[in-house]
Design a protein around this ligand. Structure first.
Ligand code: 2RA
Length: 330
């Protein structure tokens, strides 16, 4: 198995290598791919050193799988070139997610849709992944009709530049190269990615559109407010979900307990509820504060937290790769 990680030196790329090693993903050759200035740097993987290579050299090596996390423009340009030589691409950017010919995959929900013909597979947005993991089994039982979600997203979702801004501001210094239009320390920004003409941000529209595609139901209505908060890792979401069918709270909790990928953390009498600090470095989607919304029928509130670099990006992509290998699709 020859595997390329494109964007290997970024926050998500680094996490991908970590997750691959943790899960003992068996490789004959690793091709860490990064920009020209990083070519030649050594990357450690399972006790061996691998040099960072250029995109051209990675293409020439014809890997079996290429996991991309290098931005949409890189994916748009190079994913088809890898696919053309038979490589299966798993892309963490938004470039291919809403392309009708490409599958948008959260393994717990829809990995079974994958075939050997899928040569570019889209990894969903982090804030979407944790929400659909938490809701899918409930959707199967009660059919989701409408979701109102507010997110509280870590600066690691933006990248190293945002982490640096937060740390500099927290140290009382002005940010040397701010990632955001405003200070982020001791502040929150209702602004993730760019604003669309409809007044929503791209991040908010990703949650609307990706949720419907992954859950396979265009009738699901979603409205989102995505907020950046000064937290170093872990996205949180307040989800209000209306179902078509009436539910029983005890059954809801039972369904969540057995939902693949979910860990129920819900005991307010003991002050137990999901928090970003408890999600860091883990792959579980933590669900708590589960309670009926008494203001309208068949509606539930819940609080959902996950490590946005892991289940929200790296782990989900690696789980797709594991599925492809296990099913003999690569
Ligand atoms: C963010 N979900 O948090 C986006 C991209 N990682 O910024």
């Amino acid at each position: 198995m020859k595997l390329a990680v494109v964007g290997a030196t970024g926050l998500v790329g680094t996490e991908m290598l970590k997750v691959l090693a943790e899960r003992h993903f068996q490789l004959d050759e690793l091709l860490p791919v990064a920009s020209a200035r990083s070519v030649g740097q050594l990357v450690e993987y399972q006790g061996r050193q691998f040099p960072v290579v250029s995109m051209e050299d990675a293409l020439a090596a014809a890997p079996d799988i290429a996991i991309f996390s290098a931005g949409g423009s890189v994916s748009k340009e190079f994913a088809p070139q890898f696919a053309a030589i038979g490589t299966t691409v798993i892309d963490n950017s938004s470039a291919w997610r809403m392309d009708p010919s490409k599958k948008l995959v959260v393994p717990e929900l829809n990995a079974q849709e994958l075939t050997a013909q899928d040569k570019i597979i889209a990894n969903p947005n982090c804030s979407t992944i944790q929400m659909v993991v938490a809701l899918n089994e409930l959707h199967q039982r009660y059919k989701v009709r409408r979701i109102v979600v507010s997110t509280y997203q870590s600066v690691t979702g933006t990248g190293k530049k945002a982490v640096d801004q937060l740390m500099q501001e927290r140290a009382g210094q002005p940010a040397s190269a701010p990632a955001y239009p405003h200070p982020i320390d001791l502040n929150v920004l209702p602004h993730i990615d760019v604003f669309e003409p409809n007044g929503y941000t791209k991040e908010e529209m990703k949650m609307v559109n990706e949720t419907r595609k992954i859950m396979g139901d265009d009738s699901i209505r979603v409205t989102a407010t995505c907020v950046r908060i000064p937290v170093m890792g872990g996205h949180s979401e307040a989800i209000n979900v209306e179902f078509a069918e009436e539910f029983d709270e005890a059954e809801v909790l039972e369904i969540l307990r057995r939902t693949p990928g979910v860990e129920l953390v819900d005991d307010v009498a003991q002050n137990r509820y999901p928090m970003p600090k408890d999600s860091r470095g883990r792959d579980a989607v933590l669900v708590g504060r589960v309670r009926r919304d008494a203001t309208q029928p068949r509606t539930l509130n819940m609080w959902v937290v996950a490590d946005n670099l892991r289940k929200g990006a790296a782990t989900n992509a690696v789980q797709i790769a594991e599925y492809l290998v296990a099913m003999g699709l690569v």
